[in-house]
Ligand binder design. Structure first.
Ligand SMILES: [Ca+2]
Ligand SMILES: [Ca+2]
Ligand SMILES: [Ca+2]
Length: 468
């Protein structure tokens, strides 16, 4: 029979051990949370305990403590004297109502700060005294009011109509039922503490979602379009442009749940095209995270755009703009071992770029030359292990788990990315592709691509022809 027929009949028979487990990529399972600072606020536009003036609402209304006569009566009320604008929260006894004596009368309000990484309480206050003096204690609870911590005690003993700004870091009281409370106490006083523009601003915890993710766990690459798969679900697949082979025997994070296969590069590069990045706006940041096991070869680029790139040269790792320049840090200790790298490219300014190595932000300096900031822009095409500009800087070593983010990442987010593992794909014990052009009856003529269990072609000319 002809080797061509043999080839087409039995192309790519693959033998698996046990049950073949097919892993389906399900795309991003968690939606992207807004990373911008949020606020829960009350500027007391009108006389009400139920107003919201922030980006997120309070969990309920202001609730009175020590009285229950509502927003227009008593020690705790909202009215429109001595406010920044509109109305404000007033604690005290109004002039003409007769001097009052009270102990721990006030209001509290609850806010859901669940998951916030930091939070700040701010407000302004003014003071008006007709008779006597007053103490107002501001407290906070992180357990729905079961226990309280005093943030500050205000002694109101004289009139002060200027706006006194207050700010408290309440990050350690972040909870889904955080409460703030004002309690006033006085003897024979006609007096007021006027509180306005209460705001709790907080930083939500953001789960950054990559716009593209490359695990390098395909079985074979040969330069075909879309052969290097994007696991983000966004289909920004790439292809090998030079010297890159998928390997799996020495991953960054070992085990069946790890980083699994990787790209082994010898003067290697992989190109991704059509990335939806902002390539023109100054200040916009793009972050690439990856595992790198560099073999120590100098003057190579693990990550490269048209001109802006990450360069390993002259004992340093850092940013290059095609201007014989390097803004970075020493590369001592990086060669011949896996390290997690996060590089942040800032459009228009090299000095605003950042590098994390193994989760630690590096202190960068201009090691060589000076940057050409006209070149400091990302592009829709990226080379993993190389530069768009030139093949002369293709990478030598191993690269894995490349992710592209259209934003900056916090150190905490980078640490999380660095610790992530996934199930490794099921591996065949032997794979015969029958891609050989010609078979003879010698040993090893049929190539095996996993463990080297090469086969021998057998020719049964009589039976084949008889059957046709
Ligand atoms: Ca009241
Ligand atoms: Ca107001
Ligand atoms: Ca991998």
């Amino acid at each position: 029979m002809s080797s061509h027929l043999f080839h087409s009949l039995f192309k790519k028979i693959t033998t698996y051990v046990g049950i073949l487990v097919i892993l389906f990529w399900t795309g991003s399972v968690s939606s992207q949370t807004s990373c911008s600072v949020q606020s829960v606020a009350d500027d007391f536009t009108t006389n009400s305990y139920s107003q919201n003036s922030g980006s997120v609402n309070w969990s309920g209304n202001w609730t009175e403590i020590g009285e229950s006569d509502g927003v227009n009566s008593g020690v705790a009320r909202v009215n429109n004297s001595l406010c920044s604008d509109g109305s404000c929260l007033r604690l005290g006894i109004t002039s003409g109502s007769g001097a009052g004596t009270y102990n721990n009368v006030g209001v509290y309000r609850q806010v859901d700060l669940h998951g916030a990484s930091s939070a700040t309480l701010s407000f302004v206050y003014r003071s008006g005294v007709n008779i006597g003096d007053q103490t107002v204690v501001l407290s906070i609870s992180n357990d729905g009011g079961a226990s309280w911590t005093s943030l500050r005690s205000y002694y109101i003993g004289s009139t002060d109509t200027s706006a006194n700004s207050q700010s408290f870091d309440i990050s350690s009281y972040v909870a889904d039922n955080t409460q703030i409370r004002f309690l006033a106490s006085a003897n024979n006083a006609e007096i007021g503490m006027y509180i306005d523009d209460i705001s709790i601003s907080y930083q939500p915890t953001c789960s950054a979602t990559p716009i593209a993710e490359y695990r390098f766990e395909e079985t074979n690459w040969d330069g075909t379009a879309n052969e290097v798969l994007d696991y983000s679900g966004n289909n920004y697949h790439g292809r090998v442009t030079n010297g890159s082979t998928p390997k799996s025997s020495f991953p960054a994070l070992t085990g069946p749940l790890g980083t699994c296969g990787y790209a082994s590069q010898t003067s290697g590069s992989i190109e991704i095209q059509g990335l939806p990045l902002d390539t023109t706006t100054d200040g916009v940041k793009t972050t690439i995270t990856f595992w790198m096991n560099w073999d120590g070869t100098s003057s190579i680029m693990p990550i490269g755009w048209s001109y802006h790139d990450l360069f390993l040269v002259r004992g340093g790792i850092g940013f290059n703009t095609g201007n014989a320049d390097l803004y970075g840090v020493s590369s001592a200790g990086l060669a011949n071992g896996w390290h997690h790298i996060a590089v942040e490219f800032t459009n228009g300014s090299v000095s605003q770029n950042r590098i994390h190595i193994d989760g630690v932000e590096q202190v960068l300096s201009q090691r060589t030359g000076s940057p050409n900031n006209d070149n400091t822009y990302v592009n829709s095409t990226l080379r993993i292990g190389g530069w768009i500009n030139s093949r002369s800087y293709d990478f030598y070593g191993l690269i894995d788990e490349v992710r592209i983010y259209d934003r900056e990442l916090s150190t905490a987010q980078i640490e999380t990315i660095m610790s992530e593992r996934h199930p490794c794909p099921a591996k065949p014990i032997a794979e015969y592709r029958f891609d050989e052009l010609l078979y003879n009856d010698l040993d090893n003529t049929v190539q095996e691509h996993v463990g080297g269990l090469n086969g021998q072609a057998g020719f049964r000319r009589c039976c084949y022809w008889q059957s046709v």
